[in-house]
Design a protein around this ligand. Structure first.
Ligand code: UDX
Ligand code: ADP
Length: 466
């Protein structure tokens, strides 16, 4: 079996960076080079100060410290990386299209195609190309068609190897993966490529957890896994709305149903709505594919997961407005958290963005504190929506680096990310410095009703009646 000695990964982002670091750590005999067109990002990966790595993941900097310069390299010389490697991972971003056919639903494959053309132009020897980005089903086929038409006689085997890492636990998910999925052609060459990639993972993942399938099953499984997870969140969030109208408590319902081993207890936390770069995008992809095959009922079924998520975000914002006596105009509202979940600085599709947007429409003065997200990111997120001018966003919304400053003289605090530190704050002190009545809207269910009410707060928690 072919033993890989040189790997190149195109795309030094949330997927490529951690994945390649772990491969380098576990496969010391393989040289791993991560390349990216973005020179600034590469410089950050090469920064001597490991706190300046472009992404934050618990455990990542320790691994980079051990491997960088030994068998892990970061470079902006994309062509050289491609030329030298026997196996090339593509982990570039594939955002939802913002233009043309499939706008707002289909994945934009521009970056993927550019990578394929780049590989085709540079490669002089046979290569295994691994799709790692989240892609619509049948992308491998498109890749193959671009690569096979280079006319240089170079042979390419395309594999699909979806990532299942969740942000904040990426390193843990990579080190102890539930499963690794490898899809490839059922030809002899396809099998050899699948075995070569399996061999890489088998350095640390037990053989029975490395699953080989055909390419389509692998590509589709990635979308389906995320769609099922997102569906669980939307399901419990739909029940949270019902709980708020009755005397049921959504946490008790989650616990009760989670004990059924067929349902299981994970991913049943009601929240202000799911975010992240994958859930919405993957479901939109699924919906788009179903529609393109004329499967309207299937498309509608999955689209409902997103409709429910949008409803949950809107409901949370509406509740703040109606509770604050039907107007938030000119009122200071503190946001605790902007990231789409704790332990990450990623804000893509974060519920906080949409809730801020809704409150700014009502002319609220929003003040954001997040322990990891930068001011620049927050403004970019809002500007991207295009609801109002960048000047207006900066006038209405402020970003602070001290939670107390955010709370000072505010009418309400909205908890939008479940950062652990929010639980340990001196809430009595916070109560003292807020305007009265002091409202707290807990969109992550991290604070206790009894304690908060005792301190004098008007406390609203998602999924419980008040
Ligand atoms: C997800 C998948 O879990 C991962 O396997 C895939 O590879 C990429 O997409 P990620 O987006 O990093 O990972 O985060 P995840 O932990 O799945 O959470 C997604 C969103 O759902 C977050 O906004 C989170 O707060 C929310 N969520 C999750 C809930 O609201 N309730 C839950 O019970 C679980
Ligand atoms: P993901 O979450 O999928 O990893 P990121 O946006 O974090 O997405 O990272 C994707 C990276 O891919 C970015 O750093 C971007 O500069 C890089 N990239 C996109 N297109 C190309 C390309 N054609 N060649 C090289 N790098 C690319």
């Amino acid at each position: 079996m072919k033993k890989i000695t040189k790997i190149c990964c195109i795309g030094a982002g949330y997927v490529g960076g951690p994945t390649m670091s772990v491969i380098a750590l576990k496969c010391p005999e393989i040289q791993v080079t991560v390349v990216d067109l973005n020179e600034k990002r590469i410089a950050q990966w090469n920064d001597e100060d490991l706190d300046k790595l472009p992404i934050y993941e618990p455990g990542l900097k320790e691994i980079v410290a051990q491997t960088r310069g030994k068998n892990l390299f970061f470079s902006s010389d994309v062509d050289k990386g491609i030329d030298e490697a026997e196996m090339i991972f593509i982990s570039v971003n594939t955002p939802t299209k913002t233009y043309g056919k499939g706008k707002g639903q289909a994945a934009d494959l521009k970056n993927i195609e550019l990578c394929a053309r780049n590989i085709a132009r540079v490669a002089k020897e046979d290569k295994i190309v691994v799709e790692k980005s989240t892609l619509p089903v049948r992308t491998a086929e498109a890749l193959k068609s671009i690569l096979d038409n280079t006319g240089k006689g170079v042979k390419f085997e395309i594999l699909s190897n979806p990532e299942f890492l969740a942000e904040g636990t990426a390193i843990e998910d990579l080190l102890n993966a539930d499963r690794v999925l490898i899809g490839g052609d059922e030809t002899a060459a396809g099998q050899a490529a699948k075995d070569a990639l399996s061999w890489v993972y088998e350095h640390w993942i037990p053989k029975d957890r490395v699953l080989q399938t055909n390419v389509w099953s692998s590509e589709l499984s990635k979308l389906v896994a995320n769609a099922f997870l997102a569906q669980r969140v939307s399901s419990i969030n739909s029940i949270s709305a019902l709980c708020e109208k009755t005397d049921a408590n959504v946490a008790e319902v989650s616990r009760a149903i989670g004990f059924d081993s067929r349902i299981g207890s994970k991913f049943l936390n009601s929240s202000v709505g799911f975010g992240g770069s994958c859930f919405q995008k993957d479901i939109l992809n699924l919906v788009y594919i179903a529609k393109s095959f004329g499967l309207t009922e299937v498309a509608d079924y999955w689209e409902q997961v997103i409709i429910m998520n949008d409803y949950q975000k809107r409901r949370f914002a509406d509740n703040i407005v109606s509770t604050l006596y039907n107007t938030v105009s000119g009122k200071k509202i503190a946001f605790y958290g902007w990231a789409f979940k704790k332990d990450t600085n990623d804000t893509r599709e974060s519920a906080a963005i949409y809730i801020a947007d809704a409150l700014l429409d009502e002319m609220a003065q929003v003040v954001v504190y997040d322990p990891k997200v930068k001011e620049e990111t927050i403004y970019n997120d809002l500007d991207y929506l295009g609801t109002r001018s960048p000047e207006e966003n900066r006038r209405l919304l402020k970003v602070v680096s001290d939670p107390m400053e955010a709370a000072e003289q505010s009418h309400a605090i909205a908890i939008l990310t479940e950062w652990d530190e929010f639980k340990t704050y001196d809430w009595q002190k916070i109560h003292e410095i807020m305007l009265k009545p002091a409202f707290v809207f807990d969109g992550r269910r991290i604070l206790e009703n009894e304690k908060m009410e005792k301190l004098g707060f008007k406390f609203y928690k998602i999924g419980q009646s008040h």
